[in-house]
Design a protein around this ligand. Sequence first.
Ligand SMILES: *Cc1c(COP(=O)(O)O)cnc(C)c1O
Length: 221
Amino acid sequence: MSDSNPSIADRIVSIREELPPEVTLVAVSKTKPNASIQDAMEADQLDFGENRVQELQEKEAALPKSIRWHQIGHLQTNKVKAIVPFVHLIHAVDSERLLVEIDRRAKNHGRTVDALLQVHIAQEDMKFGWQAPDLTRFIEGNALAGLEHVRIRGLMGMATFTPDHQQVAREFKGLRLLYESLLDSNPSWDTLSMGMSGDWRIAIDEGSTMIRVGSSIFGGR
Ligand SMILES: *Cc1c(COP(=O)(O)O)cnc(C)c1O
């Protein structure tokens, strides 16, 4: 394999070599064929991220059950039912209504589903997520107490898409500080999902424990 054209497995290995041991790499396989996921599995990659429920369902049905599927994109309440039987982690929970629905569907399935709360950290309108003060109020208001079948594991965020590294670092740092401020009252938290192809190194420097990388592994979409 020449260095100028590394395989999918090679790219995964070289990203992993740069990661601190506590950081999980989620390979974002959205829009990519099953064969690309199988290529990634040659590097023992088992965490894969998708953002469309139908595509996630199709891939889950066709590929090995050892895969840990991450729903990373915005999730509509009426799609929760379809992924609750198998999903490993839901990254983008942005409303109480969605949490309640995950809890209800997970209970019907006899499962407890892991989820992250998405925080709006970018200076862009279209990105989903809680505003930090609303999230703090929500959590301190004990709203999670009755939800026994959804287990919050931490927070997720997406920085502004900008070449300004300082701005991206500031946004990630803000998310990490919010995460740390809530850790004491949330002993089940161990995951801070931040960083994508363009900014994962910055995210690691700012304390990410989980990066979601697509195009740097699988090529452009
Ligand atoms: C597509 C996507 C990614 C990966 O993006 P790349 O820039 O291709 O690495 C990460 N997180 C979310 C939520 C996404 O939708």
